[in-house]
Design a protein around this ligand. Structure first.
Ligand code: ASP
Ligand code: MG
Length: 421
């Protein structure tokens, strides 16, 4: 008998029919003799709808009240799934995040899980019940309810799998696994059999929406192997796991685009020590996540500093930066939302040279201009105009041979040179 954690995303529990399907699937696992802890997201687009509802009242709702509101979405699904399981004759109990013993910090709307006290879950599991936990939520140190950031149910699932030392953590979604690119855009994208945590981490933070980035960090930290699979089919999914040597045979594992990005540029910033520190201190103080940062030194001791934030954070970032800009006597603040970040990711980049060249050449041949570049050991990202993002992705997918059978498992493109180990 194994303990299996199963997480079902919003599209898997979108309506009563879907919820019955999920109940049957969960029960199948239970009937095979396993203990099951289920995590569910809010039904369909419920979270978006709740946010829209709040906007009808005010453009700037308090974060605490937003959490109170958004947390209801998951509470609907856990109750519905418990009822569906009861209807099938199974023993099941639904729990909110706080009832399940999930404790977070006090950062509303992007709370981090600080600890889990799983006693209550264990009690129900030992009594033979299927436990259904509301994803995306937990309890703050002041007994309030907090949410974990959009897509946070993945993190709930991984954190619970780690805390319960589950034998398996399955993330059920509406696609059959992790692909070499978004198959809705790149038609010949291929499903990956496996992917390293670090690659998944980059792809997730780059906007490939299959898993929330934080959940992958958690999985990596606690060594929780994840299986991403479809709740609508029985096809095998993608395993997200520790990197093994053979993974380096593939130069690029995936291509992604993040279109929800905005670029803020401060023009004419005095070029002296402490200026960048001052700007980014204010941004950090406001809890904003900054992505790419580029500084150009221009003439006469002035610099331009550009950085990117997610479009969700833009209004807040703009307010913070406008006051910080006055503080450092910057000349101008410009915002550009017509951008997208296109990235290639692969642990094999470490072992091959010529990767950046092939990427830039491919884009140049398609007439795609690069506005910003950033790299890490296993990723190269470029900022391009939004309308060119899909074209860039398709071209890069082809250039790195990700459309070829087997390419997701072996052979680097022959134009790249393998570095001797
Ligand atoms: N319902 C929340 C959201 O849409 C959490 C989740 O789906 O994981 O962001
Ligand atoms: Mg959702």
């Amino acid at each position: 008998m194994a303990l299996i954690v199963q997480k079902f995303g919003g599209s898997s529990v979108a309506d009563a029919v879907c919820i019955r399907r999920v109940a049957a699937r969960v029960l199948e696992t239970r009937r095979r003799g396993h203990q099951v802890v289920v995590i569910v997201s809010a039904m369909g687009d419920t979270t978006d709808d709740l946010i829209a509802l709040a906007r009808q009242i005010t453009a700037m709702p308090s974060d605490r009240e937003m959490d109170m509101l958004m947390a209801t979405g998951e509470q609907v699904s856990v109750a519905m799934l418990a009822m569906a399981l009861h209807a099938l004759g199974a023993e099941a109990v639904s729990l909110t995040g706080p009832q399940a013993g999930i404790f977070t910090d006090g950062m509303h709307r992007k709370a981090k899980i600080m600890g889990i006290k799983p006693q209550r879950i264990w009690k129900h599991v030992k009594a033979g019940q299927i436990v259904i936990v509301a994803g995306f939520q937990g309890q703050t140190p002041t007994n309030d309810i907090a949410t974990l950031g959009r897509g946070g149910s993945d993190t709930t699932a991984v954190a619970l799998a780690a805390a319960l030392k589950a034998d398996r953590c399955q993330i059920f979604t509406d696609v059959e696994g992790v692909y070499s690119a978004d198959p809705r855009i790149v038609r010949n994208a291929r499903k990956l059999d496996e992917i390293a945590y670090d690659e998944m981490l980059e792809l997730a933070s780059l906007g490939a929406k299959v898993l929330m980035a934080r959940s992958v960090e958690f999985a990596k930290k606690y060594g929780v192997e994840l299986e991403v699979l479809s709740s609508f089919s029985k096809a095998p999914g993608t395993i997200v796991k520790e990197e093994v040597k053979s993974m380096e045979d593939i130069v690029v594992r995936g291509v992604s685009a993040d279109k929800d990005q905005a670029k803020i540029t401060l023009g004419g910033v005095p070029d002296r020590p402490g200026v960048a520190a001052r700007l980014f201190k204010d941004l950090a103080g406001a809890g904003l996540n900054i992505d790419m940062i580029v500084q150009n030194i221009s003439a006469r001791g002035m610099a331009d500093i550009s950085f990117t934030v997610s479009e969700d954070d833009l209004a807040k970032a703009r307010r913070v930066i406008q006051s910080a800009a006055r503080g450092v006597q910057a000349r101008a603040v410009n915002v550009d939302t017509d951008i997208a970040k296109v990235s290639i990711v692969g642990v094999g980049m470490r072992g091959h040279s010529g990767v950046a060249f092939l990427m830039f050449k491919t884009l140049a041949e398609r007439g795609i201009n690069i506005l910003m570049i950033s790299t890490s050991e296993i990723k190269i990202s470029v900022i391009v105009r939004k309308r060119l993002a899909n074209k860039a992705m398709i071209a890069l997918h082809k250039a790195f041979c990700l459309d070829k059978p087997g390419s997701t498992r072996t052979t680097p493109p022959n134009r790249l040179v393998r570095r001797p180990r």
